[in-house]
Design a protein around this ligand. Sequence first.
Ligand SMILES: Nc1nc2c(ncn2[C@@H]2O[C@H](COP(=O)(O)OP(=O)(O)OP(=O)(O)O)[C@@H](O)[C@H]2O)c(=O)[nH]1
Ligand SMILES: [Mg+2]
Length: 237
Amino acid sequence: MGKLLIIIPTYNESQNILLFLEKLYESCKDLDFSVLVVDDNSPDGTAIIVKNWMNDHSNCHLLNREKKEGLGKAYIAGFKWGLNKDFDYFCQIDADFSHDPIYIPSFLEKTNDFDFIIGSRYVTGGGVKGWGLLRRIISRGGSLYSKIILNSKINDFTGGFNLWNRNVLESINLDSLFSSGYSFQIEMKYRATKKGFKFYEFPIIFTDRVKGNSKMSKSIVFEAMLNVLKLRFKKIF
Ligand SMILES: Nc1nc2c(ncn2[C@@H]2O[C@H](COP(=O)(O)OP(=O)(O)OP(=O)(O)O)[C@@H](O)[C@H]2O)c(=O)[nH]1
Ligand SMILES: [Mg+2]
């Protein structure tokens, strides 16, 4: 098994990050892994908590960004940080306990046969806990909309719990990605399949966040809907 970098984007996650790091480290204790927290200068002091953790955990790193620029930009910075080092696998995961890190070792095993692994709510065995009807419709609808417009086999386009082989990230021109917000997840998956990389959708149970605030908004949903059309009809746009 190669070296794994687990990237956690954070914005105002001071109520979650410490407990989440504890859970993550416990879940991955048998793996050769490092962690990179990409924080957009959270006003609630998330980065201070991470720095404290780093005092006792030399495999944890912090990428401190000046201002909030959206999830996509944070991930691109994190991927580049890891590509400059000798990591073989890159795992994306949220800090708010929606993604259970217990799945990470199983994702990693799948890399023997696949180029990237999608933590998927929308395959048999997967699902969502704690969301109301509207949030379910937005998420399920967003994935279905992307699947149809992009003529793809991917069932969970919008999810943010994924694992990439290094060569996939190397072959996607990260600077050319145009999604700064959540549609970044859709764009990455679409571009990777367009390049011919093989994916596996690993069923996950997603749990709604308990603490802290969601950064989801109407404008993020609209940006995502528009960006799917842009991806599909690139030539016209
Ligand atoms: N660095 C950085 N992290 C972000 C930004 N926006 C969101 N995040 C982090 O990305 C992860 C996902 O964001 P959430 O707010 O949980 O979004 P979500 O999961 O779609 O929404 P909820 O289900 O309502 O929580 C969390 O760890 C956030 O702290 C951003 O602009 N910059
Ligand atoms: Mg969340």
